[in-house]
Design a protein around this ligand. Structure first.
Ligand SMILES: [Zn+2]
Length: 363
């Protein structure tokens, strides 16, 4: 923890209630920390239940707002989340915004495609979303120091795999939780996520991973159970597999990879949840590892499928990620609400490419 973040206030708010059988999501339990001390320009989260895609010039024209895979990550039950004792690293008081092109050069990183006012930035050709809009200071694009720490500094880290190499793969949905409906053919997300996971498992095992699936058939399990399985397996990584839907909008297409939003940053996607930027969850201990994993998977999936890059995104509402004591990501492998993409997803050959993409990321 860096100087100036202030002393951890110790006001752990244990207000989590399990919402089994309750249709109204309740606020999660979390630990509060002081908000970033530097007055940032206001960052605008995506509106509840909708997202806009990469508005920067680097990612082409903005696509229409779409509703995300609405069944994908809505909590069946809230995970019982223990408070965290150590907050995320934070910038020093009054640390100035970072001239990012200069900083990247000093670290031997590629110059990012970035513009003032847009949270979408391409780094090494991959779209990421920042927590704050970059600003133009005398012709130099500068980013908030927390964005430097949480998005750019992890790029300097070499990926390291856990020892032993134990991984839990989570085919999203199952049973009555069918997920999104495929626009082409009367099939549902739950079938495709399971097939993706079953194809991926042997590929990863051939690479020396011990792989456990949260489900191997059409069974229904809670998000709490999925997190618990990763715990009992002592998994070093957790990957949740989903497909997206924006129905009735049928235009959106492409890949999205999610990790938990680091403390202090605004989420890319908020949905109906308040995006409390002071919240820290257990999985925030793995902010850097989450991003390294997300970036590798996202990059290799783009390469394996040729799909559009909708970016590495951050959200706080995903129970299946928040309580994870290991690097964890959620992948949306394409839009079942898009005619072309759903047709591709409906083919075993394309799902094999999705499996190969993730496997290559974990080599
Ligand atoms: Zn889903």
């Amino acid at each position: 923890m860096r100087q100036g973040w202030g002393v951890f206030r110790g006001c752990v708010i244990a207000m989590l209630a399990l919402i089994c059988g309750c249709s109204t999501p309740k606020p999660p339990s979390y630990t509060r920390f002081p908000q970033t001390l530097i007055p940032p320009p206001p960052a605008t989260p995506e509106s509840a239940a909708t997202i806009s895609t990469a508005p920067s010039a680097s990612t082409g024209p903005a696509q229409p707002p779409v509703v995300l895979d609405s069944n994908a990550v809505a909590p069946l039950r809230s995970a019982a989340i223990a408070p965290v004792a150590t907050p995320s690293p934070a910038p020093n008081d009054n640390e100035p915004w970072t001239p990012i092109a200069i900083w990247c050069r000093s670290k031997g990183l590629p110059t990012p495609e970035i513009q003032a006012g847009s949270r979408a930035v391409k780094i090494g050709g991959i779209t990421h979303f920042l927590g704050f809009e970059p600003i133009d200071q005398g012709g130099t694009i500068c980013i908030h120091p927390l964005d430097r720490i949480k998005t750019f500094e992890p790029l300097t880290l070499a990926p390291t795999w856990p020892h032993p190499k134990i991984l839990v793969l989570d085919p999203g949905h199952g049973g009555a939780q069918a997920g999104s409906r495929c626009l082409t053919g009367n099939r549902f997300e739950k079938e495709f996520t399971l097939d993706w996971a079953l194809r991926l498992k042997p590929l990863l095992e051939a690479q020396g991973w011990t792989v456990t699936l949260t489900r191997t058939n059409d069974s229904e399990l809670s998000l709490t159970d999925r997190v618990r399985l990763a715990e009992t397996q002592q998994a070093g990584l957790f990957i949740s597999l989903h497909f997206n839907s924006s129905f009735p909008n049928t235009q959106a297409h492409g890949l999205e990879t999610y990790c938990l939003t680091p403390c202090g940053l605004t989420s890319t996607t908020t949905r109906v949840y308040a995006d409390d930027t002071t919240a820290t969850f257990p999985n925030n201990q793995h902010d850097a590892g989450n991003l390294v994993l997300a970036r590798r998977i996202h990059r290799h999936l783009l390469s394996a499928t040729g799909a559009s890059d909708r970016g590495i995104r951050r959200a706080r509402f995903m129970d299946v990620l928040r309580g994870q004591n290991r690097p964890a990501v959620l992948v949306e492998g394409g839009f079942l609400s898009n005619a072309e993409e759903s047709q591709r997803i409906n083919t075993p050959a394309y799902r094999q490419r999705l499996a190969v993409g993730v496997a290559h990321a974990l080599e």
